[in-house]
Design a protein around this ligand. Structure first.
Ligand code: KG4
Ligand code: ZN
Length: 359
């Protein structure tokens, strides 16, 4: 990699239901960050419809990239590298971004690398800070498809401390939202409804995993909500027995239990490993109640680093940023040989086996 003062990366993200592109200089300076959210399309299905996600990526990706270049005020000749989310995610959706990146790289004669979407979620917090984050740090990944605690020794040097044995926390937010008749994506809806309720009315708790203090389990919490809404041993399609007026209390109680579990396990890991920095990434990091809970329970010796608002959810800036870091370390672009993968198949999340659900 040449020692240019300014190294400009185009980041492309299509791993799930956001079509995104961004231009980032030197891994941190965001010149543009364009996100086309497909939420409206998938809402009617109560979750992401993979085939429709692919088709929409195909429709809007080039306009989104053009918009990112336009907002950055640069032409393609100023792009030094294209970085694309190549894993994990929905295979067809990833294929859209990767194929587009390779095609642009080939025609523009620019190197192309693939980065790990989940690793990029953690990098988003690094991009959001003016100060350096002191490493090692405890990384907490909380997205729609992953929940994990990771010891971050350095970029590219990670150790998995624990992950979910069933649902990811974002997925659990989405499923509980569905039970409460709230639209997809459920996380922000639950957060909104919870503001009108009391977290103390219902006594919910997330699971513990025997012999594995840093593993997560959210499926039991989901069932507690189901039984509270529809009665003991009810099914997903049973009629609700709880009055609508109690739904805000259910949302508040659920959110409180899920967030308390994340806070407790993260702080315990931090204590046990003698680490003072916590880095959070993924869509659930958007939850203000969670942020306040961390502030309430973390001691003054703990620094918690969050992604800024625009970098919590899926976006191209985090992909461009991580691409810069990885390329600086290893300037061997994959370019035309790059292939997407629905699972994590690199040093970062080979950590996560068996392969988690996509997205
Ligand atoms: O990281 P992300 O954008 O996509 C994945 O890589 O999965 O995360 C999406 C997840 C969804 O499950 C969504 O409901 C959740 O993040 N989410 C939230 C909030 N905003 C988004 N969960 C709780 N509270 C929020 N405010
Ligand atoms: Zn994501």
């Amino acid at each position: 990699m040449d020692k240019k003062e300014k190294f400009t990366v185009l980041g492309i993200e299509t791993s799930c239901d956001e079509t995104a592109a961004a231009v980032v200089v030197n891994g941190k300076e965001i010149l543009s960050n364009v996100v086309y959210s497909q939420t409206e399309i998938h809402k009617q299905f109560g979750g992401v419809f993979p085939e429709l996600a692919c088709r929409k990526h195909l429709d809007v990706l080039l306009p989104v990239i053009n918009q990112a270049l336009k907002e950055a005020g640069i032409g393609r000749e100023q792009i030094d590298l294209i970085s694309v989310a190549s894993h994990p995610g929905l295979m067809g959706a990833l294929l859209m971004g990767v194929t587009c990146a390779k095609t642009l790289g080939y025609t523009w004669n620019i190197p192309v690398i693939g980065v790990n979407h989940i690793e990029a979620h953690l990098y988003a917090a690094f991009m959001s800070q003016l100060e350096e984050i002191i490493l090692p740090a405890i990384g907490l990944v909380i997205s729609g498809g992953h929940t994990a605690l990771i010891r971050i020794n350095d970029f590219g040097d990670y150790k998995l401390i624990g992950s979910t044995i069933d649902d990811a926390v974002g997925e659990c937010f989405d499923k509980v939202a569905k039970m409460l008749d709230l639209p997809y994506p459920g996380g922000p809806e639950i957060e909104k409804l919870a503001k009108k309720g009391s977290p103390e009315k219902f006594d919910f708790s997330a699971g513990t995993v025997k012999g594995s203090p840093f593993s997560f389990s959210f499926s039991g919490l989901k069932t507690q909500v189901l039984y509270t809404l529809k009665g003991q041993n009810s099914q997903k399609n049973s009629a609700p027995s709880l009055p609508l007026e109690s739904y805000p209390d259910v949302a508040a109680g659920f959110q409180n239990a899920a967030c308390q579990n994340l806070v407790d396990k993260t702080l315990k890991a931090k204590e046990q490993l003698g680490i003072s920095s916590i880095v959070v990434g993924g869509g659930v990091a958007n939850n203000q109640f969670l942020r306040e809970k961390f502030d309430k329970y973390a001691g003054s010796d703990t620094r918690i680093f969050w992604p800024s608002g625009q970098l919590s959810l899926d976006n191209g800036a985090m992909i461009a940023g991580l691409g810069y870091i990885n390329y600086r370390k290893n300037p061997t672009p994959a370019s035309l040989s790059l292939t997407p993968s629905p699972t994590s198949q690199d040093t970062f999340l080979s950590l996560f086996t068996p392969a988690p659900a996509p997205c």
